[in-house]
Design a protein around this ligand. Structure first.
Ligand SMILES: Nc1nc2c(ncn2[C@@H]2O[C@H](COP(=O)(O)OP(=O)(O)OP(=O)(O)O)[C@@H](O)[C@H]2O)c(=O)[nH]1
Ligand SMILES: [Mg+2]
Length: 329
Protein backbone atom coordinates (compact mmCIF):
# COMPACT_ATOMS: atom_id res chain seq x y z
CA UNK A 1 0.00 0.00 0.00
CA UNK A 2 2.61 2.54 1.07
CA UNK A 3 4.90 1.34 -1.72
CA UNK A 4 2.20 2.15 -4.20
CA UNK A 5 1.76 5.62 -2.73
CA UNK A 6 5.46 6.33 -3.01
CA UNK A 7 5.55 5.37 -6.62
CA UNK A 8 2.61 7.47 -7.69
CA UNK A 9 3.82 10.02 -10.27
CA UNK A 10 3.07 13.21 -8.37
CA UNK A 11 4.83 11.89 -5.26
CA UNK A 12 7.77 10.86 -7.42
CA UNK A 13 7.92 14.32 -8.98
CA UNK A 14 7.91 15.92 -5.53
CA UNK A 15 10.77 13.66 -4.43
CA UNK A 16 12.69 14.34 -7.63
CA UNK A 17 12.29 18.08 -7.11
CA UNK A 18 13.72 17.65 -3.64
CA UNK A 19 16.79 16.06 -5.20
CA UNK A 20 15.92 12.36 -5.04
CA UNK A 21 17.71 10.93 -8.06
CA UNK A 22 16.20 7.45 -7.70
CA UNK A 23 12.76 9.01 -8.01
CA UNK A 24 13.88 10.90 -11.11
CA UNK A 25 15.27 7.71 -12.63
CA UNK A 26 11.93 5.98 -12.05
CA UNK A 27 10.07 8.85 -13.64
CA UNK A 28 12.26 8.69 -16.72
CA UNK A 29 11.58 5.00 -17.03
CA UNK A 30 7.87 5.78 -16.90
CA UNK A 31 8.29 8.42 -19.62
CA UNK A 32 10.35 6.01 -21.68
CA UNK A 33 7.48 3.55 -21.51
CA UNK A 34 5.00 6.19 -22.55
CA UNK A 35 3.37 7.12 -19.23
CA UNK A 36 0.85 9.80 -20.04
CA UNK A 37 0.39 10.73 -16.42
CA UNK A 38 4.03 11.68 -15.90
CA UNK A 39 4.15 13.55 -19.20
CA UNK A 40 1.03 15.48 -18.33
CA UNK A 41 2.34 16.48 -14.90
CA UNK A 42 5.63 17.64 -16.40
CA UNK A 43 3.82 19.59 -19.08
CA UNK A 44 1.79 21.52 -16.53
CA UNK A 45 4.89 22.63 -14.59
CA UNK A 46 7.52 22.74 -17.27
CA UNK A 47 10.39 24.54 -15.50
CA UNK A 48 13.03 26.62 -17.27
CA UNK A 49 15.77 24.28 -18.43
CA UNK A 50 17.98 25.36 -21.28
CA UNK A 51 18.64 22.43 -23.57
CA UNK A 52 21.72 21.75 -25.62
CA UNK A 53 21.91 18.96 -28.22
CA UNK A 54 25.23 17.37 -29.12
CA UNK A 55 25.08 15.36 -32.30
CA UNK A 56 27.46 13.95 -34.89
CA UNK A 57 28.78 10.76 -36.38
CA UNK A 58 29.75 7.75 -34.25
CA UNK A 59 33.07 8.27 -32.50
CA UNK A 60 33.29 12.02 -33.21
CA UNK A 61 33.91 12.65 -29.53
CA UNK A 62 30.40 13.63 -28.44
CA UNK A 63 30.57 11.90 -25.05
CA UNK A 64 34.04 13.20 -24.28
CA UNK A 65 32.83 16.67 -25.15
CA UNK A 66 29.64 16.24 -23.13
CA UNK A 67 31.78 15.19 -20.20
CA UNK A 68 33.65 18.50 -20.50
CA UNK A 69 30.43 20.47 -20.89
CA UNK A 70 29.18 18.97 -17.64
CA UNK A 71 32.11 20.64 -15.89
CA UNK A 72 31.32 23.95 -17.61
CA UNK A 73 27.66 23.71 -16.64
CA UNK A 74 28.59 22.96 -13.03
CA UNK A 75 31.04 25.86 -12.80
CA UNK A 76 29.44 28.48 -15.03
CA UNK A 77 25.80 27.46 -15.27
CA UNK A 78 23.34 29.93 -16.74
CA UNK A 79 21.63 32.23 -14.25
CA UNK A 80 23.61 30.77 -11.37
CA UNK A 81 22.39 27.19 -11.81
CA UNK A 82 24.96 24.55 -10.98
CA UNK A 83 23.11 21.33 -11.76
CA UNK A 84 23.03 19.50 -15.06
CA UNK A 85 21.28 16.56 -16.65
CA UNK A 86 22.57 14.49 -19.55
CA UNK A 87 20.38 12.34 -21.76
CA UNK A 88 22.21 9.98 -24.08
CA UNK A 89 19.98 8.85 -26.91
CA UNK A 90 20.80 6.01 -29.24
CA UNK A 91 18.06 6.02 -31.84
CA UNK A 92 19.34 2.84 -33.44
CA UNK A 93 19.04 0.79 -30.31
CA UNK A 94 15.57 -0.23 -29.17
CA UNK A 95 16.66 -0.68 -25.55
CA UNK A 96 18.94 0.91 -22.96
CA UNK A 97 22.26 -0.64 -22.09
CA UNK A 98 24.77 -2.05 -24.55
CA UNK A 99 25.80 0.74 -26.86
CA UNK A 100 25.20 3.33 -24.20
CA UNK A 101 27.39 1.73 -21.58
CA UNK A 102 30.44 3.35 -23.18
CA UNK A 103 28.90 6.77 -22.68
CA UNK A 104 28.35 6.04 -19.05
CA UNK A 105 31.92 4.97 -18.59
CA UNK A 106 33.25 8.09 -20.27
CA UNK A 107 31.16 10.31 -18.06
CA UNK A 108 31.86 8.45 -14.85
CA UNK A 109 34.01 11.32 -13.57
CA UNK A 110 30.68 12.66 -12.45
CA UNK A 111 29.16 9.46 -11.08
CA UNK A 112 29.43 10.64 -7.49
CA UNK A 113 28.40 14.22 -8.13
CA UNK A 114 24.83 14.53 -6.94
CA UNK A 115 24.31 17.66 -8.99
CA UNK A 116 24.86 15.70 -12.19
CA UNK A 117 22.20 13.37 -13.52
CA UNK A 118 23.22 11.11 -16.41
CA UNK A 119 20.82 8.82 -18.14
CA UNK A 120 20.69 6.83 -21.34
CA UNK A 121 17.34 6.59 -22.99
CA UNK A 122 15.48 4.18 -25.17
CA UNK A 123 12.30 5.19 -26.94
CA UNK A 124 10.69 1.88 -27.77
CA UNK A 125 7.14 1.76 -26.52
CA UNK A 126 6.77 5.51 -26.54
CA UNK A 127 3.88 6.70 -28.63
CA UNK A 128 5.23 8.88 -31.40
CA UNK A 129 8.75 7.48 -30.99
CA UNK A 130 11.85 9.58 -30.70
CA UNK A 131 10.22 12.81 -31.83
CA UNK A 132 7.91 12.73 -28.83
CA UNK A 133 9.91 10.75 -26.27
CA UNK A 134 12.83 13.17 -26.20
CA UNK A 135 10.79 16.34 -25.64
CA UNK A 136 8.81 14.47 -22.98
CA UNK A 137 11.97 13.43 -21.15
CA UNK A 138 13.53 16.86 -21.47
CA UNK A 139 10.38 18.47 -20.09
CA UNK A 140 10.45 16.13 -17.12
CA UNK A 141 14.07 16.99 -16.32
CA UNK A 142 13.15 20.64 -16.58
CA UNK A 143 10.04 20.18 -14.47
CA UNK A 144 12.00 18.76 -11.55
CA UNK A 145 14.21 21.84 -11.57
CA UNK A 146 17.29 20.90 -13.60
CA UNK A 147 18.48 24.13 -15.23
CA UNK A 148 20.54 22.64 -18.07
CA UNK A 149 19.90 19.50 -20.07
CA UNK A 150 22.52 18.15 -22.47
CA UNK A 151 21.23 15.66 -25.04
CA UNK A 152 23.78 13.47 -26.83
CA UNK A 153 22.55 11.71 -29.97
CA UNK A 154 24.41 9.62 -32.50
CA UNK A 155 23.93 11.20 -35.89
CA UNK A 156 21.79 8.96 -38.07
CA UNK A 157 19.97 11.18 -40.52
CA UNK A 158 16.32 11.92 -39.91
CA UNK A 159 16.38 10.81 -36.30
CA UNK A 160 19.19 13.20 -35.62
CA UNK A 161 17.04 15.97 -37.05
CA UNK A 162 14.16 14.96 -34.79
CA UNK A 163 16.30 15.11 -31.69
CA UNK A 164 17.86 18.40 -32.78
CA UNK A 165 14.36 19.83 -33.06
CA UNK A 166 13.89 19.19 -29.34
CA UNK A 167 16.81 21.32 -28.09
CA UNK A 168 17.42 25.06 -27.88
CA UNK A 169 21.02 25.00 -29.08
CA UNK A 170 22.21 22.20 -31.35
CA UNK A 171 25.91 21.46 -31.66
CA UNK A 172 27.07 19.44 -34.65
CA UNK A 173 30.38 17.73 -33.97
CA UNK A 174 32.66 16.93 -36.90
CA UNK A 175 36.28 15.86 -37.10
CA UNK A 176 39.24 16.98 -39.22
CA UNK A 177 39.22 15.39 -42.64
CA UNK A 178 35.45 15.45 -42.97
CA UNK A 179 35.34 17.70 -45.98
CA UNK A 180 33.56 15.19 -48.21
CA UNK A 181 31.08 14.21 -45.55
CA UNK A 182 30.29 17.88 -45.02
CA UNK A 183 29.71 18.38 -48.74
CA UNK A 184 27.39 15.39 -48.83
CA UNK A 185 25.32 16.44 -45.81
CA UNK A 186 25.24 20.16 -46.39
CA UNK A 187 21.49 20.58 -46.25
CA UNK A 188 21.04 18.38 -43.21
CA UNK A 189 23.86 20.02 -41.29
CA UNK A 190 22.61 23.50 -42.04
CA UNK A 191 19.12 22.56 -41.01
CA UNK A 192 20.12 21.56 -37.52
CA UNK A 193 23.41 23.27 -36.57
CA UNK A 194 23.46 26.33 -34.36
CA UNK A 195 27.13 25.70 -33.67
CA UNK A 196 29.79 23.62 -35.34
CA UNK A 197 32.53 21.95 -33.38
CA UNK A 198 35.61 20.54 -35.04
CA UNK A 199 36.65 18.10 -32.37
CA UNK A 200 39.95 16.20 -32.47
CA UNK A 201 41.57 19.38 -33.69
CA UNK A 202 44.83 17.88 -32.49
CA UNK A 203 44.70 15.81 -35.66
CA UNK A 204 45.77 16.96 -39.11
CA UNK A 205 43.22 18.64 -41.34
CA UNK A 206 41.40 20.85 -38.85
CA UNK A 207 42.16 23.99 -40.83
CA UNK A 208 40.83 22.51 -44.08
CA UNK A 209 37.69 21.30 -42.36
CA UNK A 210 37.12 24.75 -40.93
CA UNK A 211 37.57 26.27 -44.37
CA UNK A 212 35.04 23.80 -45.84
CA UNK A 213 32.51 24.70 -43.19
CA UNK A 214 33.06 28.45 -43.61
CA UNK A 215 32.62 28.05 -47.35
CA UNK A 216 29.42 26.10 -46.88
CA UNK A 217 28.10 28.86 -44.59
CA UNK A 218 29.20 31.57 -47.05
CA UNK A 219 27.27 29.90 -49.84
CA UNK A 220 24.12 29.34 -47.88
CA UNK A 221 21.53 31.83 -46.84
CA UNK A 222 22.14 31.69 -43.12
CA UNK A 223 19.71 33.81 -41.16
CA UNK A 224 20.53 36.34 -38.46
CA UNK A 225 22.56 33.74 -36.64
CA UNK A 226 25.61 32.46 -38.47
CA UNK A 227 26.69 29.26 -36.73
CA UNK A 228 30.15 29.79 -35.23
CA UNK A 229 32.81 27.14 -35.70
CA UNK A 230 34.71 26.14 -32.60
CA UNK A 231 37.77 23.92 -32.62
CA UNK A 232 38.16 21.60 -29.66
CA UNK A 233 40.27 18.78 -28.32
CA UNK A 234 37.74 17.20 -26.01
CA UNK A 235 40.26 14.71 -24.65
CA UNK A 236 42.36 17.55 -23.17
CA UNK A 237 39.65 20.14 -22.71
CA UNK A 238 41.17 22.58 -25.18
CA UNK A 239 38.59 24.91 -26.71
CA UNK A 240 35.82 23.81 -24.37
CA UNK A 241 35.61 27.20 -22.62
CA UNK A 242 35.21 28.86 -26.02
CA UNK A 243 32.49 26.36 -26.86
CA UNK A 244 30.66 27.12 -23.63
CA UNK A 245 30.91 30.84 -24.41
CA UNK A 246 29.50 30.20 -27.90
CA UNK A 247 26.57 28.29 -26.40
CA UNK A 248 25.95 31.28 -24.13
CA UNK A 249 26.03 33.61 -27.15
CA UNK A 250 23.46 31.53 -28.97
CA UNK A 251 21.29 31.45 -25.89
CA UNK A 252 21.48 35.25 -25.63
CA UNK A 253 20.68 35.55 -29.32
CA UNK A 254 17.56 33.43 -28.90
CA UNK A 255 16.50 35.38 -25.83
CA UNK A 256 17.17 38.80 -27.30
CA UNK A 257 15.27 38.15 -30.49
CA UNK A 258 12.31 36.66 -28.69
CA UNK A 259 12.96 33.70 -30.93
CA UNK A 260 13.21 31.18 -28.11
CA UNK A 261 9.47 31.56 -27.68
CA UNK A 262 8.74 30.95 -31.37
CA UNK A 263 11.26 28.10 -31.43
CA UNK A 264 9.43 26.44 -28.57
CA UNK A 265 6.12 27.06 -30.23
CA UNK A 266 7.31 25.43 -33.46
CA UNK A 267 8.60 22.53 -31.41
CA UNK A 268 5.27 22.06 -29.68
CA UNK A 269 3.45 22.14 -33.03
CA UNK A 270 5.75 19.47 -34.36
CA UNK A 271 5.36 17.33 -31.28
CA UNK A 272 1.57 17.71 -31.34
CA UNK A 273 1.54 16.69 -35.00
CA UNK A 274 3.51 13.54 -34.16
CA UNK A 275 1.18 12.69 -31.31
CA UNK A 276 -1.88 13.13 -33.53
CA UNK A 277 -0.35 10.89 -36.19
CA UNK A 278 0.44 8.23 -33.64
CA UNK A 279 -3.05 8.43 -32.13
CA UNK A 280 -4.71 8.03 -35.52
CA UNK A 281 -2.42 5.13 -36.36
CA UNK A 282 -3.33 3.47 -33.07
CA UNK A 283 -7.01 3.76 -33.84
CA UNK A 284 -6.56 2.40 -37.33
CA UNK A 285 -4.63 -0.55 -35.94
CA UNK A 286 -7.50 -1.22 -33.55
CA UNK A 287 -10.07 -0.77 -36.30
CA UNK A 288 -8.70 -3.45 -38.57
CA UNK A 289 -9.77 -6.07 -36.07
CA UNK A 290 -13.42 -4.97 -36.14
CA UNK A 291 -16.18 -6.74 -38.08
CA UNK A 292 -17.20 -3.56 -39.82
CA UNK A 293 -13.70 -3.19 -41.18
CA UNK A 294 -14.02 -6.63 -42.72
CA UNK A 295 -17.37 -5.54 -44.13
CA UNK A 296 -15.76 -2.54 -45.87
CA UNK A 297 -13.12 -4.80 -47.38
CA UNK A 298 -15.86 -7.11 -48.64
CA UNK A 299 -17.69 -4.15 -50.23
CA UNK A 300 -14.48 -3.08 -51.95
CA UNK A 301 -13.79 -6.63 -53.11
CA UNK A 302 -17.25 -6.69 -54.68
CA UNK A 303 -16.30 -3.54 -56.59
CA UNK A 304 -18.99 -1.40 -54.93
CA UNK A 305 -16.62 0.97 -53.16
CA UNK A 306 -13.18 2.32 -54.03
CA UNK A 307 -10.48 2.42 -51.34
CA UNK A 308 -10.33 6.23 -51.26
CA UNK A 309 -14.03 6.58 -50.61
CA UNK A 310 -13.82 3.76 -48.07
CA UNK A 311 -10.96 5.50 -46.28
CA UNK A 312 -12.87 8.79 -46.12
CA UNK A 313 -15.91 7.06 -44.70
CA UNK A 314 -13.92 5.18 -42.09
CA UNK A 315 -12.06 8.31 -41.02
CA UNK A 316 -15.24 10.37 -40.84
CA UNK A 317 -16.68 7.78 -38.48
CA UNK A 318 -13.49 7.72 -36.48
CA UNK A 319 -13.69 11.42 -35.71
CA UNK A 320 -17.40 11.70 -35.05
CA UNK A 321 -18.53 8.71 -33.03
CA UNK A 322 -15.52 8.79 -30.71
CA UNK A 323 -15.75 5.07 -30.17
CA UNK A 324 -13.98 3.90 -33.27
CA UNK A 325 -14.34 3.90 -37.00
CA UNK A 326 -17.64 3.10 -38.55
CA UNK A 327 -18.02 1.49 -41.93
CA UNK A 328 -21.47 2.81 -42.64
CA UNK A 329 -20.93 6.48 -41.92
N1 LIG B 1 42.71 12.60 -30.52
C1 LIG B 1 41.55 12.89 -29.97
N2 LIG B 1 40.75 11.89 -29.57
C2 LIG B 1 39.57 12.21 -29.02
C3 LIG B 1 39.14 13.54 -28.87
N3 LIG B 1 37.91 13.55 -28.32
C4 LIG B 1 37.58 12.26 -28.15
N4 LIG B 1 38.56 11.43 -28.57
C5 LIG B 1 38.56 9.97 -28.56
O1 LIG B 1 37.68 9.53 -29.56
C6 LIG B 1 37.04 8.31 -29.14
C7 LIG B 1 35.54 8.43 -29.25
O2 LIG B 1 35.10 9.40 -28.32
P1 LIG B 1 33.61 9.43 -27.77
O3 LIG B 1 33.52 10.62 -26.88
O4 LIG B 1 33.22 8.14 -27.23
O5 LIG B 1 32.84 9.68 -29.11
P2 LIG B 1 31.24 9.62 -29.33
O6 LIG B 1 30.98 10.57 -30.44
O7 LIG B 1 30.54 9.85 -28.05
O8 LIG B 1 31.04 8.13 -29.78
P3 LIG B 1 29.62 7.34 -29.93
O9 LIG B 1 28.75 7.74 -28.78
O10 LIG B 1 30.01 5.91 -29.92
O11 LIG B 1 29.06 7.78 -31.25
C8 LIG B 1 37.52 8.04 -27.74
O12 LIG B 1 38.58 7.12 -27.79
C9 LIG B 1 38.02 9.39 -27.26
O13 LIG B 1 39.01 9.30 -26.31
C10 LIG B 1 40.03 14.59 -29.31
O14 LIG B 1 39.74 15.77 -29.23
N5 LIG B 1 41.20 14.19 -29.84
MG1 LIG C 1 28.98 8.76 -27.17
Amino acid sequence: MSTRRNSDPSTLIESARAGNRAALARLLTLVENGSREVSALAFKAPGHAYTVGITGAPGAGKSTLTDRLIVMAREKGFDGGDQVAVLAIDPSSPFSGGAILGDRVRMQNHALDEKVFIRSMATRGHLGGLAVAVPDAVRLLSAVGLPIVLVETVGVGQQEVEVAAATDTTIVVVNPGWGDAIQANKAGLLEIADLFVINKSDRPGARETKRDLELMLDLSAVGEWRPPIVETVASTGEGVEALWAAIGDHRSHLGAQGTLESLRRARLEREFHQILLARVEERIDRAVTLDRFAAVIATMMAGDLDPYEAADRLLAGMFTDGAGPSADA
